[in-house]
Design a protein around this ligand. Structure first.
Ligand SMILES: [Zn+2]
Ligand SMILES: [Zn+2]
Ligand SMILES: [Zn+2]
Length: 312
């Protein structure tokens, strides 16, 4: 193909670096930090598609046209399609943790663009540390080592320096709140800063010690950011949102295969405390395990099934 140099890697690295430069500034600059970071990473990823086949950076491949490409007169591939094509066309599947953080970035970027912007620089740093922790190895393995740009690139070194500075800052902040967080029996992840520093206040609100702020409608916020209902069910898995054995709301989740928590009423039983109802009415509802002595368990039924027995 003719030599059309889109400079996507150069612009991408510039944008990423610029986004980190403005992070200590005022609200308005923070907003541009998010917009630039998102734009920069997208450009880097697009370069991979472009090298595979230039038509892949058109949102609609059937519209791909060399003159349009030369003039920049085209709708470029959106994020969702970009990720899909990387996987389908370049055999490049983003690491789950990187892709989670990129999804976070996309959501925050959209918020920053359309709504009033309220995120603090602490919150951004906390998330950006996590993002860069996964992005830098990706850039190294999937871009530098494959020749997209040189390992001696000054901007790449600066991005790594920023990670270390922010990381040190975030750790200091975590140290400050260590005692408070230690007192929470099951700290939950914060939808804003992504640190595991959240405790319940009441039925609807929670408090994040890292953000030092109350989180209204905690269950909704948490589910929106961290519970991927669609993918779990689509792949034939179980619904990650279960009915709570205490309050009956469908906000009961399993954190790590053992620890459960209800995002509405805040109960935090473990696997040992729970079993499924073996009654005939419900579909194996989760219930508390009934124990009559040290190692003797009675059958445990849910209210519905108990009612059924009573009336039978
Ligand atoms: Zn937080
Ligand atoms: Zn509950
Ligand atoms: Zn039942």
């Amino acid at each position: 193909m003719e030599d059309i140099n889109l400079k996507m890697v150069d612009n991408g690295l510039d944008f990423i670096l610029k986004s980190l430069d403005t992070i200590d500034k005022s609200d308005e600059d923070l907003k541009y930090s998010l917009l630039n970071l998102h734009a920069g990473i997208q450009l880097m990823l697009k370069e991979i598609l472009y090298q595979k086949d230039w038509s892949l950076i058109f949102q609609k491949i059937e519209d791909a046209d060399i003159d349009k490409l030369r003039n920049g007169d085209f709708s470029s591939v959106n994020y969702k399609m970009l990720v899909k094509r990387l996987k389908d066309e370049c055999n490049l599947e983003l690491d789950k943790k990187l892709s989670d953080k990129l999804n976070w970035l996309k959501k925050e970027r959209n918020k920053a663009e359309h709504y009033q912007f309220v995120v603090s620089s602490d919150v951004l740093k906390s998330n950006i540390v996590q993002l860069l922790t996964f992005l830098i190895p990706f850039l190294k393995t999937d871009m530098i080592e494959k020749g997209y740009f040189g390992s001696d690139d000054d901007r790449f070194s600066k991005i790594k320096e920023y990670l270390h500075t922010f990381d040190a800052y975030v750790n200091e902040r975590l140290k400050l709140i260590e005692d408070e967080v230690d007192e929470i029996d099951v700290p939950l992840q914060c939808p804003a800063c992504s640190q595991e520093t959240v405790d319940f206040i009441d039925q609807t609100d929670a408090f994040c010690h890292f953000c030092d702020e109350q989180i209204a409608n905690f269950a909704d916020e948490y589910i929106y950011h961290f519970v991927d209902r669609y993918s779990s069910i689509k792949d034939g898995g179980e619904d990650p949102l279960m009915e709570c054995p205490s309050c009956d709301y469908e906000t009961f989740i399993c954190l790590d295969g053992y620890q459960y928590v209800c995002l509405s009423c805040g109960v935090k039983p473990t696997q040992d405390d729970l079993t499924t109802c073996s009654g005939p009415v419900c579909a194996e509802k989760i219930v508390y395990r009934r124990q009559s002595s040290e190692d003797e368990y009675e059958p445990s039924f849910c209210e519905l099934c108990l009612d059924y027995f009573k009336n039978a």
